[in-house]
Design a protein around this ligand. Structure first.
Ligand code: MG
Length: 403
């Protein structure tokens, strides 16, 4: 794709995510921890998609994270050109090298090497790196040190000058053949201690063009960084929408009903083209309603034989996918089921867990309520049941910095 003269199709991003990220705390590796409703990894892939539209992305992951990564890949919109992931090595340098070898024969000219822990990279930054590659073969963003510095050694410390000192960010951009050769030479020389690729390129004799870094392109390392990122991203998801959905199905002969994705034994079944899960149908409509994307009948026409007997979680998953494609998150779900029987209480937590699984929303953001209609109307006469859903969805503001 050509983008104002920038040809991103000749470029590939390496998304380096091979580390364990233990300083961030928690049991899940930090790349897969959630910020504002989705994983750090997803946020960074989405940001790459905006900062380099149409660029291919080579993910490099820890061999133990294949399952976690699969969830990431499933939730990333089709606009991100995700290449099959590869496994990293024991150090950051080895992981990047592994990714470079995988993409070496794919015909790309330039490579951007980026740490997945930086979800705030910007279009301005990728463009200035790309411009720097017009004249050179390596470029890195740097920021001048603004804090005063002290050197601590052997129990004492002394002030040192910050003049000329810079911190280095990612992405760093290279001609692919140049950085690949540099990595191969470093391996042959037994060097495995480079903390970034610009310093490795420099060791190999390349000159690195420095471009102004972006103070907002912060790296997420500590629990405090996660909190700060959550605040930044939530403040961008400020277009708050509410959708409602309503559905009814009639009872028919049978011995169970499906409600909220859970099979519940009952004296009757529910009549319908799919599995007749009124709760999930109402939820699907609420989610679609929040993004003004029509209703369940538009996306899954009953006239289509594909949906005969279909499990209704598929409908919910599609609505969730559409929300994610808009860069949005589901902030809350409130479901009410109206029937005389079956009783919902015993199944409440199972249903919340099932909906959490199909939406990716934490159970404490999923409410399930049940009521009778005091034996009035069709639900009171036990002819059928009804479900009502309200979904709150947060979408990014136009021109937002993230998501
Ligand atoms: Mg229905």
């Amino acid at each position: 794709m050509t983008d104002h003269g920038v040809d991103w199709s000749s470029c590939v991003f390496i998304a380096a995510a091979g580390g364990r990220g233990l300083r961030a705390g928690g049991e899940t590796p930090k790349q897969y921890r959630r910020i504002a409703g989705r994983s750090l990894f997803e946020h960074t892939l989405l940001a790459i998609g905006k900062a380099a539209p149409g660029v291919a992305v080579q993910p490099v992951i820890h061999p133990g994270d294949a399952e976690l990564f699969q969830q990431v890949a499933a939730r990333v919109p089709d606009t991100i050109q995700l290449l099959p992931c590869c496994s990293g090595g024991g150090s950051r340098q080895q992981s990047v090298h592994a990714g470079l070898e995988v993409i070496s024969e794919m015909g790309f000219k330039n490579v951007f090497i980026h740490d997945v822990a930086r979800p705030f990279l910007s279009y301005t930054l990728t463009r200035s790196l790309m411009k720097a590659l017009d004249a050179g073969s390596a470029a890195a963003p740097v920021l001048p040190v603004t804090d005063s510095l002290r050197l601590q050694l052997n129990g004492s410390s002394q002030a040192i000058s910050r003049d000329g000192l810079h911190t280095v960010q990612t992405p760093q951009a290279f001609r692919l053949d140049v950085i690949l050769n540099a990595h191969r030479r470093a391996r042959e020389a037994g060097r495995d201690d480079f903390s970034d690729d610009a310093s490795l390129a420099e060791w190999a004799g390349e000159s690195v063009t420095l471009v102004p870094g972006d103070p907002l392109n912060t790296k997420i390392t500590t629990p405090g960084d996660f909190q700060m990122a959550e605040m930044r991203m939530m403040s961008q998801l400020a277009d708050i929408r509410t959708g409602s959905g309503y559905d009814v199905h009639a009872f028919c002969p049978g011995d169970h009903v499906w409600l909220g994705g859970v099979r519940i034994p009952h004296t009757h079944g529910l009549e319908g083209h799919s599995d007749a899960d009124a709760a999930l149908h109402a939820l699907t409509d609420a989610l679609l309603g929040a993004i003004a994307a029509g209703d369940i009948g538009v996306h899954f026409p009953p006239s289509d034989a594909r949906w005969k007997g279909a499990a209704s979680h598929n409908f919910v998953r599609e609505a969730v996918r559409l929300i994610h494609q808009r860069g949005g998150m589901i902030a809350h779900i409130d479901l009410t089921i109206i029937c005389e029987a079956p009783r919902m209480g015993p199944h409440r937590d199972a249903i919340r867990a099932a909906i959490s699984d199909m939406t990716g929303v934490e159970p404490d953001r999923i409410s399930l309520k049940a009521t009778t209609s005091e034996q009035l109307g069709f639900t009171g006469r036990r002819e059928g049941l009804a479900a009502h859903a309200i979904a709150t969805v947060r979408l990014p503001l136009p021109g937002g910095e993230s998501a």
